[in-house]
Design a protein around this ligand. Structure first.
Ligand SMILES: *Cc1c(COP(=O)(O)O)cnc(C)c1O
Length: 392
């Protein structure tokens, strides 16, 4: 089978070329490369889609997490609870601003933070009396929102800030038992996302955004993202050069905003449906394979399928499976191969202490299959067929 990509951005470009080309051309013609009008338009578009008052764009999804935590004054002496099974940024950001990430185990079914493990981790920090429990980074791993009601209840009980890391979850949603649909990026006190090219909504470089309903926090985020400029007194023409706090240089390029605007409607109206179709076809084809675990999507959850992640049967040599599939032209990846608490960056710190058996098992057994909205049914069938035959 010809040319199966893990995430096919070329097929996407072929499909939406006109909108992308015309938006890029118009940014270049205007020469308004930083903070051009497309940036404001994109922020308004995404805020309204997600159903949150403010969207603050920034340079990438990692900065978005740091800025969100800084705006809430998280720092030295604070414990920030992070799933052990995630991309490095989720724990890197609290650590780089001086807080201590405390790693929490995930559920083997959804791959998201286990509420019971969160409670134990918070109780442990309280009983040690060294750190102040301050925030939870709830990741929408592989596209599925975190367990919103359970995690929220724990945050309320202990007075913790709930930060939704929706770098992989943009476009997903959670529908409450009462039938109220809430979009990813609206599920915490504050939320962040990434527009890295391979994420559900990706640009042509790095990009990210923060979402909040809090006017004051929104101003703080805007300030921190642009060198701590004075965002309260914008009538003052010199406010731009009035730096009232330490921040960073983290803006979304106008060109990237143009690309995202060119992609957005197709993402919302076509791609989310298509990628969900691909995922359910995979699950249909793989559900009866002995010992293989397909991803579980909980009742009320809608995933944006950043990844389709299976768990291989026990005893199977994963690298051999990957090698055989590769020979058939099927690319695969392992997200994630190492628990956060075992990363070298956290060696000999409090963050290295964690009780996360599910994460350790998942790191040894997961395999991510190609998934994107432009994957054809025949390709999904081919991949499932080849996978079944290598597992025989
Ligand atoms: C990709 C990712 C990030 C970081 O986003 P960048 O734009 O690459 O900085 C953060 N958290 C998670 C869960 C991610 O997958």
């Amino acid at each position: 089978m010809a040319n199966i990509q893990f995430r096919d951005l070329q097929r996407q470009y072929d499909h939406i070329k006109e909108a992308i080309d015309s938006n890029i051309q118009s940014v270049i013609s205007s020469a308004h490369f930083i903070s051009g009008p497309e940036v404001k338009t994109l922020e308004a578009t995404l805020a309204s889609y997600v159903g949150v008052k403010h969207c603050i764009s920034c340079a990438n999804g990692t900065d978005a997490i740091s800025i969100a935590l800084m705006a809430h004054g998280v720092g030295a002496g604070d414990a920030v609870f992070v799933p052990d099974f995630t991309f490095f940024s989720s724990g890197e950001c609290p650590a780089t601003i001086g807080a201590t990430p405390i790693y929490v185990d995930v559920l083997s079914t959804t791959y998201n933070m286990n509420p019971t493990s969160l409670t134990s981790a918070v109780e442990k920090v309280i009983s040690e009396g060294q750190l102040k429990p301050r925030a939870v980074v709830a990741v929408d791993l592989f596209g599925q929102p975190f367990d919103v009601p359970a995690i929220k209840t724990i945050c309320d009980k202990y007075g913790l800030l709930l930060l939704e890391d929706a770098a992989q979850g943009f476009g997903g949603s959670y529908t409450t038992p009462a039938g109220e649909k809430k979009m990813a990026c609206s599920l915490g006190d504050i939320a962040t996302t990434s527009f890295f090219p391979a994420k559900p909504l990706g640009c042509y470089g790095d990009g990210g955004a923060i979402f909040t309903n809090d006017d004051n926090i929104a101003l703080l985020c805007r300030s921190i993202a642009v060198h701590g400029k004075d965002t309260q007194n914008l009538d003052d023409p010199n406010a731009k050069y009035n730096n009232i706090r330490l921040g960073m240089n983290s803006r979304l390029d106008t060109l990237q905003a143009g690309v995202l605007l060119g992609k957005f409607e197709t993402f919302r109206d076509e791609e989310l449906d298509k990628v969900n179709h691909v995922a359910s076809l995979y699950s249909d084809l793989l559900k009866d394979v002995e010992g293989l675990t397909i991803p579980t999507v909980l009742e009320g959850m809608y995933s944006s399928w950043a990844q389709y992640t299976i768990q291989l049967p026990e005893g199977v040599v994963r690298s051999e499976v990957q090698k055989t599939l590769k020979a058939d032209g099927i690319p695969t990846n392992i997200y994630y191969i190492k628990p956060m608490h075992l990363q070298g960056a956290f060696m000999n710190t409090r963050s290295a202490e964690a009780d996360c058996p599910n994460t350790e098992r998942l790191c040894n057994s997961v395999l991510c299959l190609p998934i994107h909205p432009y994957l054809e049914d025949s390709e999904v069938e081919f991949i499932a067929e080849k996978l079944k035959s290598v597992l025989k």
